[in-house]
Design a protein around this ligand. Sequence first.
Ligand code: ATP
Length: 342
Amino acid sequence: MPDLPTSLGQPLGRLLQASPRIAAFLDGLGFGELPTDLPAELWIARLPQATLLDVGLDREQLAGHLRLLLESAAAPPDAMQEAIHTLTIRGGHGKDGTEEPTDLVIRAGEIVCVVGPTGAGKSRLLADVECLAQGDSPSGRQVLLNDAAPTADLRFASDRKLVAQISQNMNFVVDLSVGDFLAMHAACRQVDAGSDVVERIIAVANTLAGERFGPGVSLTQLSGGQARALMIADAALLTASPIVLIDEIENAGINRRQALDLLVARDKIVLVSTHDPLLALMGQRRVVVRQGRIAEVISTSDAERQVLRRLEQVDSTLASLRDRLRRGERIEDPAEASFAWL
Ligand SMILES: Nc1ncnc2c1ncn2[C@@H]1O[C@H](COP(=O)(O)OP(=O)(O)OP(=O)(O)O)[C@@H](O)[C@H]1O
């Protein structure tokens, strides 16, 4: 394994070499030519405020994001994960029996969002992937991995699940501490007991969720957002499953872009069911579900990416207002919520 930089004290050029995702991430934010000799943290410290406003991130968020991507690049690749290159959903039928016309092929490292009105069948679609349906679910869909039907062994093996699901209600029933739970999971995954994986997962989860928590806190005491952040960090850094399904990420508690980038940086196939415009536009494509069937597959356009940047700016303004209210401050100047600068 090449010697990978692990801190932002390294020159930007080294980070770009170490992780193509970092290069893609900075490029996607619209940073053109970068001062490759400058240490990354110095570059972040010197960025003009106007540039940060443009990209919709503050200095801390940008640094956090780069650290997560570095973290992912430094983690060892997973043998099983690398084995799945494509997930194909072969058309079934809608609730009224109308056929689904096309097959949907999703590649490793791709985010596909699932949108549609309430009750349209978004969760059904995720459930079909979760159980690797073979025409035996209400939609009649068939799921292929690397262009082939999964063997029964792969479909039903509980010890090496191909699909990890992060759902809306992460209610933990075991009363373990976060640290014990992760250590147990690491042991199941045969990750070196001496490694710092538990600390790293908690640190990553803390960058995703607002309110920090430590290894001593009980799983049952985590808030919904904290539990989701923990599961996403665990799915990215410890769980081998190459396919991750997410049923909505609440917009208040979690840094959604970081969460998705973290999974994609590990070359997972990510399907997110959502009603949130920010999340919906973060995917490369989105599937529109109507009456139980995939009615359309839309690729996110460049113009939509521009809209997403604006939405991220609005979101970051809302997040900072939310934080101030949480700290007990008053917000009385209407200009603070006018968004006229957009
Ligand atoms: N293709 C299909 N054929 C038959 N039944 C379906 C199909 N798709 C969805 N359903 C059924 O329709 C109902 C609503 O679907 P689902 O819960 O997936 O909707 P949803 O879009 O996730 O809704 P929400 O936004 O409220 O979470 C469920 O009972 C589901 O089993």
